[in-house]
Design a binder for this molecule. Structure first.
Ligand SMILES: [Zn+2]
Length: 366
């Protein structure tokens, strides 16, 4: 199988990066369609407009209705067509960005992505997650290419809610371990080939950066300020993890995350919070050495990621074991990335690994 690595054409990050959005947009278009929700437009709409005008780019702003659904994509695509825009800018959280990617793809136009959170590694990727208008999962859209430009303003990220910033670290925590497992098994990644040296090295750098800078960065974001550690963690959560998951492979941690989504009790959790526990479970599943498990546990506890079932919202009850079995079964469904592990994984093994990870988390805490 061929090795494939894919990434956005340009990745730009730093304080006040949004003030340069006009400069980077001008490379692609003279007239642009901007998608953002009301909150984001109120927060930075003026800065975006000013920068576009300064670089002689005209624009049409459209408010995102809150759900990345087929209907919303159709609605926005029709408005874009009427306005004859030459590129799309998506600014905001995951759903806004995924919608903007879909609208650009539909119209075969370049796309500029500007995340206002560092809560997942989705911004750089060539895919969107679709929901129904009622907010239920509806499937994935895969694109032939990644965003043309990803622009991250760290001043905006530093003011974002701390729990979302930490959840981004949870999503990034899985990247190296999933890449390691998937590449050992020589499985195909989302990029359509096996992982490269570069993909794996970025995934490892992602993990090393989290361990070295995670706590420092959390402290700074709690104060709403940018330090070098914040810059490094934003890069790890967004770019390193983004290239890592897409081009070096997903494995058990994300499949176990998907398993937990079936439980009502876990619906209040962010993606990265469930992925962090999925990572601990994967390490248990592959019988990772104590030292590695303890390093990951210690990191999770330091930054505030869940390490027990109770922290995921699951209290001891009569049917807890039944629920965990449902999670384990769902995580082993056909097509799940758990089958990228270098050995055959069964629901019984996942069930055991979840309970063992929970016990290790409890022992660590008390
Ligand atoms: Zn993820």
């Amino acid at each position: 199988m061929l090795k494939v690595i894919q990434s956005p054409s340009k990745y730009i990050q730093g304080p006040d990066a949004i003030s340069d959005i006009g400069h980077y947009t001008k490379i692609l278009a003279d007239h642009v369609f901007v998608i953002a929700d009301n909150f984001v437009i109120n927060l930075i709409g003026d800065n975006v407009s000013k920068s576009l005008t300064k670089h002689e780019v005209t624009s049409h702003f459209e408010v995102f209705n809150g759900e990345c659904s087929r209907k919303e994509i159709e609605r926005l695509s029709a408005i874009l067509l009427t306005n004859q825009c030459q590129a799309v800018i998506g600014i905001g959280g995951g759903k806004t960005l995924d919608t903007a990617k879909a609208v650009a793809h539909e119209s075969k136009l370049p796309i500029i992505i500007s995340p206002t959170l560092a809560s997942t590694d989705a911004p750089t990727s060539a895919l969107s997650v679709l929901y129904t208008e009622l907010g239920k999962f509806d499937g994935y859209l895969f694109y032939p290419k990644n965003p043309d430009i990803v622009l991250v303003d760290t001043k905006i990220i530093a003011k974002s809610p701390i729990r979302l910033f930490v959840a981004g670290m949870g999503d990034a925590l899985a990247t190296y371990f999933e890449a390691r497992a998937s590449s050992t098994a020589h499985h195909q990644t989302m990029a359509g080939g096996t992982s490269s040296l570069a993909g794996l090295a970025l995934a490892k750098l992602c993990y090393d950066t989290l361990l070295a800078e995670g706590s420092k960065a959390k402290m700074a974001v709690e104060l709403g300020v940018i330090t070098p550690a914040v810059e490094n963690i934003v890069e790890a959560n967004t770019y390193l993890s983004g290239i890592g998951f897409e081009s070096a492979g997903l494995a058990a941690a994300h499949a176990i995350h998907n398993g937990f989504t079936i439980l009502e009790e876990c619906h209040h959790l962010y993606h990265g919070e469930k992925v962090a526990f999925g990572t601990l479970t994967q390490l248990m599943l592959e019988n990772s050495p104590n030292e590695e498990l303890e390093t990951v546990l210690d990191f999770c506890v330091q930054v505030g990621l869940p390490v027990t079932l109770e922290q995921l919202g699951l209290r001891d009850s009569e049917n807890l074991h039944q629920k965990i079995m449902q999670v384990a079964t769902a995580s082993c469904a056909e097509g799940e990335t758990i089958h990228n592990m270098p050995f055959i994984v069964t629901p019984d093994q996942v069930y055991a690994a979840i309970l063992a990870a929970d016990q290790m988390g409890k022992d660590w805490l008390y």
